[in-house]
Design a protein around this ligand. Sequence first.
Ligand code: ZN
Length: 274
Amino acid sequence: MQWDEKDWEYRAEGGKHLVVVNHSLHKILRFIKVPVGVERNLNDERIQIERRLNYEKYAPLLSEFEIHTDSGELVFLSADFCDPLFARIDDDRPNARKLLEVPRGPRYAVLQDDFTQSNSSDSSFAIEIKPKCAYVQPNLRSCQFCLMQLEHLLDGRDVNSRCFYCSADFFSSDLSRKKFAFKNLLENPLKDLRFFKDGELIFSMDTLEYVGKSGNDRFHEKMDDLCGFTDALEKIIEDLCNSLGSREFFSDNQKRPFSDPFDPQRKRFKPLES
Ligand SMILES: [Zn+2]
């Protein structure tokens, strides 16, 4: 690939991957991270990426609904591209993520369309949701995600992960459960929720790292400012849940299947119960 690394910028990263973006090409590159100082065999990297890309060819669920998808293509990038790129974007990375890095030298990566930017000149929001491990094993009442969260809490690995969010709620046809999942992820986005405005990351676990938990309240206000009307975030979430195919099963005077932690009077979330 004949690209100039200066045309690429840091976008975001999760537990396993780091993503850079090229705004003019509307493309992203996704690199695999490893613990700092660990060498990564290039052949292993290529095989791991190919395995994932092959899997995604057999799971084109969204394309069945005529939704544009792009599972990406494998690309090889020289050290001349990678080394100055990762040196340049290092300051953009959240400190909490720096236990892992993309090793120096040439790398394999996945090239994909950037779905956070609109192709038109109109301003746009993009919301990335990753409802992980939302399956329930036979004879269990909780989904795999909730069991893993509980395990992380009990062994002290991740004390920040305590919340009411259950990834299985996103797959429910009950509108209340979808909205409940969104509201809890907004309180604690984990690695599973990100908001972008015109390709720029405006809300995620990593943005909260800089501004603290009060960033939740400010995000509500920021969305009102960006959209030009009040309660913008709530309205966007309502529309999104509706378009994802849900309906209200319980009228307001009926008992809800769970207690909603959102306080509409104060327009913020109630603190978690201890
Ligand atoms: Zn669950």
